[in-house]
Ligand binder design. Sequence first.
Ligand SMILES: Cc1cc2nc3c(=O)[nH]c(=O)nc-3n(C[C@H](O)[C@H](O)[C@H](O)COP(=O)(O)OP(=O)(O)OC[C@H]3O[C@@H](n4cnc5c(N)ncnc54)[C@H](O)[C@@H]3O)c2cc1C
Length: 299
Amino acid sequence: MVNSEENFDIKNLTTFKIGGKIKNVYFPTSIEEFEKILKENKNIKVFGNLSNTLISTDGYDGAIVLTTKMNKISISAQKVTADAGVKGPKLAQVVSEKGLSGLEFMIGFPGSIGGEVYMNASANSQAISDTLVSAICYDCQKGIVKYSKSEMEFDYRKSRCQRENLIVLSAEFELESKNCEDIKNKMSENLEFRKNHQPSLVLPNCGSIFRNPEGNSAGRLLDAIEAKTFKSGGARVWENHANFIVNNDNATSFDVLNLMYMMYTKVKESYNIELEPEIVFLGGNNEKENELWQRLNKK
Ligand SMILES: Cc1cc2nc3c(=O)[nH]c(=O)nc-3n(C[C@H](O)[C@H](O)[C@H](O)COP(=O)(O)OP(=O)(O)OC[C@H]3O[C@@H](n4cnc5c(N)ncnc54)[C@H](O)[C@@H]3O)c2cc1C
């Protein structure tokens, strides 16, 4: 029997601390359970650690899967396999203790392996696509498929998963043997860098809000339009980096979407550049929110 919850209050599981009730949430604990849910619920939405997702305060009247209980890690020499729900910082820590290098960047942000493969997460000059050998995915037409790194079609914040609605079940990496101390030093440097460049989760947030436009920086464009002074309801732009929104005071999803639209509009008016959201929105029946999201994604 797969663990599931009805009318599940999701807010506290999101790094933004925003979101209403979800009609049905499945928590698989193994690949077999996960596959069964995916077979029985065609096109069900799957999330990991909800660190890049804004969920409507009005909730979602459907079913989702959360991979938080899919936590298996296996290591054989330099090959490491991690289930979709393994948290990046945990994996970085475990492999560092075995003297394996290549995932030091994961220490600094709260994604799951599935979410990181889906988004091709990167930081501090490393990307998940650098060391990934293959990913086991679920395709709702073909069932379980295994794709090599080149077949995953990685690009900046993009992978084949987005185009084909593939669900990541697990990923395999090939890492480099290095001195444990050097690996730990690199992770400490990454954490130190973050202190000044990204808000800690004490200020609830969901990472970078917009993707960098080609050859440009969303943060720099937003800085130039003085976005750091913008706010909407309980949400405001972070004072140290203009591409972050923080939930300052019980913000709602509408506050965030409205603020995003203010940022988007001002950049468009000033530079004729249409910023594209990096975050994902799980909307409900709130028409105002859905309309704002559509406008933000019309590119
Ligand atoms: C403080 C902070 C700092 C951050 N810094 C960075 C950074 O430096 N670099 C960076 O790249 N990101 C960063 N992020 C964003 C975020 O952590 C990453 O995008 C991460 O990859 C999201 O993983 P998740 O499990 O939380 O995804 P979720 O938010 O749960 O989901 C995001 C998307 O991934 C999809 N997804 C999740 N799991 C799966 C799966 N198993 N199969 C298929 N699709 C799936 C979801 O459907 C959704 O579309 C940061 C976030 C925060 C809060």
